[in-house]
Design a protein around this ligand. Structure first.
Ligand code: F0G
Length: 458
């Protein structure tokens, strides 16, 4: 059977179609920052795969049965049942989204001066570690540095570096090891089961808590079945179960593989740690049986967490990301290889060699894709990750200049993605004409959300 979306469409939402003149005007008004656009100015929105998925009929039915009791809601118990079966953790707390789980866990577990280690911290994970006064240290595997290599598990942590840190002079300061599956900051690459097992063993040997940042747990499990022959016949849900079993607990944004618009999870084995987390949870998120979510949200999450490991769904998601990457590559634009599931990452630095890092080639490509076809993406390059001096002068560039085309779950069809590839192809043909950008106005932190920019024409 040819690969196709394993669902049919029951409710539709019209897509905004705009003229080039309207897009140019919108972009100028937004200070050339795609976060400043109104959604009705965007034709295909690939800004994020977070909270943007389409609900199933079964999830909508579950929402109707949502129990809004303040304490002990049946929707919580349903959610708990599904999560416990999946993760094997005893202490399970809903939170409003992933970063809330980070804040509750880190402020309970960590002390200033400690170190958190990760294959790659996601930005909010890093920010929550640093807000406590900790140092967030990334230890990606060496293969991750080669964007073109087709190594199967470029999301792995560097085990030699992990062991060296756990036995070296900083050993006493390591407060937590957190594995991000899949590795979003590292190009959406998966982590192998062998790497998780080895990292888990090292943490146990050295008495350091080992948690998963499991927002894309099902996508990681699927890629394990596809890329590790030992798991070729395994059910992705069983692979995910095995991954959770290796850790002391997890935090997760359920806006990804919970296929819901809002929600997060904090779960763990240690009862003492859980009781201490509960204090912060109750004070800042909500009572332990709702954690800032409505009963209807919990009901939809419980159902979404079941649907997300369906092999037909995961296979089609893999196929659509691969199809988009193939088309884009054929149009002459390189992407981080091999493509994962939640996004395709364009190598903007290579496409636009005439734009130096301090003129933001990734941002320039993102603006060009919007102007050409109304496509909204996000830059992962020097605008987001570079550092600058007190006068705003560039000090360090990001290691790569990438543009992420994130794929919302069950939202866009193959023909939408073919349209996206066509637009990328048109921009690629005129790559030398794409201008760089300078910052006109910038907030002190997280500048990529709010900075205003202007094109710099040679
Ligand atoms: N961890 C990872 C790996 C993430 O990708 C995200 C969010 C978070 C934690 C935070 O979760 O948004 O629910 O608070 N990633 C989104 C993205 C925003 O676009 O990649 P949250």
């Amino acid at each position: 059977m040819p690969l196709m979306e394993p669902y049919r469409i029951k409710v539709v939402e019209p897509i905004p179609v705009t003229t080039r003149a309207q897009r140019a005007q919108a972009l100028t008004r937004a200070g050339y920052n795609l976060f400043g656009l109104r959604a009705d100015e965007v034709t295909i929105d690939l800004l994020t795969d977070s909270g943007t998925g389409a609900l199933s009929a079964a999830q909508q039915a579950a929402a109707a049965t949502g129990d809004e009791s303040y304490a002990g809601a049946t929707s919580f118990h349903r959610f708990r049942e599904v999560v416990e079966d999946l993760t094997s953790y005893e202490h399970i707390y809903p939170v409003h989204q992933g970063r809330a789980a980070e804040r509750v866990l880190f402020s309970t577990l960590l002390k200033p001066g400690q170190i958190t280690l990760s294959n790659t911290h996601f930005d909010t994970t890093r920010a929550n570690s640093e807000l406590i006064g900790c140092e967030a240290r990334d230890l990606p595997c060496p293969e991750a540095a080669d964007l073109d290599s087709r190594e199967p598990f470029k999301g792995n942590i560097d085990l030699a570096a992990l062991e060296a840190t756990l036995t070296g002079p900083d050993a006493g300061r390591v407060g937590l090891v957190i594995m991000t599956i899949t590795n979003n900051g590292g190009g959406g690459q998966p982590v192998s089961m062998a790497n998780l097992e080895a990292a888990s063993r090292l943490c146990r040997q050295h008495g350091v808590p080992f948690f998963l940042d499991a927002g894309r747990f099902a996508e990681n499990a699927w890629l394990v079945t596809r890329r590790d022959p030992d798991y070729a016949d395994a059910d992705p849900r069983d692979v995910a179960r095995a991954a959770f079993r290796l850790a002391d607990g997890c935090l997760a944004s359920l806006k990804k593989d919970g296929i819901a618009n809002i929600g997060g999870l904090l779960a763990m084995r240690d009862g003492d740690l859980a009781r201490r987390c509960e204090v912060i949870l109750t004070a800042t998120e909500g009572f332990r049986t709702y954690g800032g979510l409505a009963g209807r949200d919990l009901a939809m999450l419980a159902q979404g967490l079941l649907e997300v490991t369906d092999p037909h769904y995961l296979r089609s998601r893999e196929a659509s990301a691969a199809h988009l990457a193939d088309l884009v590559n054929a149009a002459g634009v390189d992407t981080v290889q091999p493509p994962g599931l939640h996004a395709v990452y364009l190598n903007a630095g290579r496409l636009l060699p005439h734009i130096p890092p301090e003129r933001f080639p990734g941002h320039a490509l993102a603006c060009a894709l919007y102007l050409e076809g109304g496509i909204r993406t996000v830059e992962l390059g020097t605008l987001m990750l570079g550092k600058e001096g007190a006068q705003g002068e560039p000090v360090t560039a990001a290691p790569f200049e990438l543009v992420r085309l994130a794929l919302p779950r069950r939202v866009y069809t193959q023909s939408h993605l073919e349209y996206v590839a066509e637009v990328v192809g048109v921009v690629a043909k005129q790559a030398t004409l794409v201008p760089g950008y300078r910052i006109v106005e910038s907030p002190p932190i997280l500048r990529h959300f709010n900075a205003r920019l202007a094109p710099v024409t040679a």
